[in-house]
Design a binder for this molecule. Sequence first.
Ligand code: PNS
Length: 163
Amino acid sequence: MDHLAIYPGSFDPVTCGHLDLVHRALRVFPCLIVAVAINPRKKPMFSPQERVEMLRAALADESGVEVDSFSGLLVDYAKARKASIIIRGLRALSDFENEFQMAHMNHRLSPTLETFFMMTGQEHFYVSSQTVKEVAFFGGDISGLVPDVVIEKLRAKNGELST
Ligand code: PNS
């Protein structure tokens, strides 16, 4: 039986590092749900719908991927979707502690759910949604770091913010 895997995240916005991870994960897990977390405690730049739309556009040519969103606990969403695997990317050591805690907490809440970690591709390991937003805000070049659809959306969003 193929395991259904979920790649959860804020994706605010999706970066080329995220996309690289999706492409590589699909070689192992033929069915993958990329799940945008809706967290009312965070203040994202993009709405859940915008984040989903950017992911769908960036992954339009990829089969085996569904883009969805969820609120509440990831373990509950995984159960509802009958998924048994969580995929997370690890960039640097600084990611590790938080990921370690999350994986153990999720495992405690749902012991049959396993978290698989994949190393972020070496050309993407310094890229984060946060730094991309910062560079874009100050007019820096973010081409190659995020898909084209995100470049356009960031340009529009920063235009809105400065008016
Ligand atoms: O891209 P991010 O912000 O690093 O993703 C973090 C995310 C969305 C995977 C995590 O915050 C999450 O799973 N949120 C859903 C709520 C939840 O289950 N929290 C308990 C995790 S221990």
